[in-house]
Design a protein around this ligand. Structure first.
Ligand SMILES: *Cc1c(COP(=O)(O)O)cnc(C)c1O
Length: 396
């Protein structure tokens, strides 16, 4: 069953609401149901089937209906030809790397990435499988150019990067990749497709942790890879059927539901995060604020060019204070919760201390410890007042 097609002549919000949903033919319900079943009925002669195929509903690890509905929606929002939705953002990243790379290939990746990317590329794939890797400051286009080798297969960037909010120029790096027969993947989780669409800027793959802004409610995990069919068919068969990172129907259904309000939430995240960043930057107790929407951000001009909806809901900052005062400040917060993850409806903050093993890759101001702050969609007055009173109690 294929849903009514909502092509790109419809607006982003219309597609967020409608794409992937349709009237359920069995019941007439105006929402497609959740299908909790591991197996699907086989044809008369099942011996002709490809048991490793991901193109037919056979067994839920090979794919199922709720996953397919969500894939339609995400592909449409990212402006991509095809999409695969998997169990988590890391499932999507490892699925891409394991499916695409072979021993002897070279990968360039951003010095600021989600920690699992650093582990996968810098520890697992290079040491165990002889994949060459280069950690590069991808905010510097010339550094990317200089790192290219004859066997460079993939450039993987994260922009804005977790946790320092470093920004890399997607369009310029896509050109470098393609001039050298390499592919570009972009982890788009911090921006989300509301603010930034890497495929439209020339990237081959856009990766999302659906766990974050797209689901937005802090209750389900998922990840997606969007890109060309020719690559995604391979990734689908490997990452899902053989590596087993299949999303559960229930999680796919929850994310489908969350994604309906994603553009509305994103507008509020953008607005609240900019207001919080401006408030913090003006406060004398704050040592630094990193947010791509601030003119003080070193890559603000690139961000302005490629982030069309806004600058996202995440910022980082540090206090003019010692280690313990950072923890005390968090203990005084009443609206903002101390927890990892980001892109949830509620504001979340995490103190990342001085001992991060990747500190050698962070700018100087991050070395004394800092907060990653995911600004939620609460009333901005309540968020700012929460910050103000906690700073005051902490003596700042
Ligand atoms: C959270 C996150 C991931 C990992 O996603 P999970 O759904 O937690 O596996 C990947 N990249 C970025 C930028 C993230 O913030």
């Amino acid at each position: 069953m294929t849903a009514r097609y909502y092509g790109n002549h419809f607006g982003f919000q219309t597609r967020a609401v409608h794409t992937g949903n349709d009237v359920d033919l069995g019941t007439g319900a105006i929402k497609r149901p959740i299908t909790m079943a591991n197996s699907y009925e086989l044809p008369y002669d099942p011996s002709v089937l490809n048991w490793s195929g991901a193109d037919k509903n056979l067994y839920t690890r090979n794919g199922g209906s709720n996953q397919q509905y969500l894939q339609e929606k995400i592909a449409s929002l990212e402006g991509g030809e095809d999409c695969i939705v998997l169990a988590s953002g890391v499932g999507a990243l490892s699925g891409l790397f394991f499916s695409l790379l072979e021993s002897g290939d070279h990968v360039i990746f951003s010095d600021i990435t989600y920690i699992a990317v650093y582990r996968l590329l810098n520890e697992l794939l290079n040491h165990k499988f002889n994949i060459e890797t280069s950690i590069v400051d991808t905010s510097n286009v010339n550094a990317v150019k200089d790192a290219i080798r004859s066997n460079t297969k993939l450039i993987h960037i994260e922009t804005p990067g977790n946790p320092t909010l470093k920004v890399s120029d997607i369009k310029a790096i896509a050109e470098i990749a393609h001039q050298n027969n390499a592919l570009l993947s972009v982890d788009n989780t911090f921006a989300s497709p509301y603010n930034q669409r890497p495929i439209e800027l020339g990237a081959d793959f856009s990766i999302e942790s659906l766990t974050k802004f797209i689901n937005g409610h802090g209750d389900a995990m998922g990840g997606s890879i969007t890109g060309k069919k020719e690559y995604l068919e391979v990734i689908r068969a490997q990452a899902q059927v053989n590596l087993g990172a299949t999303i559960s129907p229930f999680n796919a259904w929850l994310i489908m539901r969350g994604a309906v309000s994603f553009p509305l939430r994103m507008r509020q995240h953008n607005e609240n995060a900019l207001a919080a960043a401006e408030f913090l930057e003006r406060h004398p107790g704050i040592r630094f604020v990193a947010y791509p929407g601030l003119p003080s951000h070193p890559n603000h001009e690139v961000a302005k060019r490629q982030m069309n909806g806004g600058y996202g809901g995440v910022l980082s900052f540090g206090l003019h204070a010692d280690h313990d005062t950072h923890n005390r400040f968090v203990s005084y917060l009443r609206v903002i919760t101390s927890a990892v993850s980001l892109g949830h409806d509620e504001s979340l903050i995490v103190f990342l201390g001085e001992n991060d093993e990747r500190q050698y890759l962070y700018p100087e101001e991050f070395h004394q410890g800092f907060f990653r702050f995911s600004v939620g969609i609460e009333d901005i007055e309540d968020i700012l007042e929460d910050l103000r009173q906690a700073l005051e109690k902490a003596g700042l």
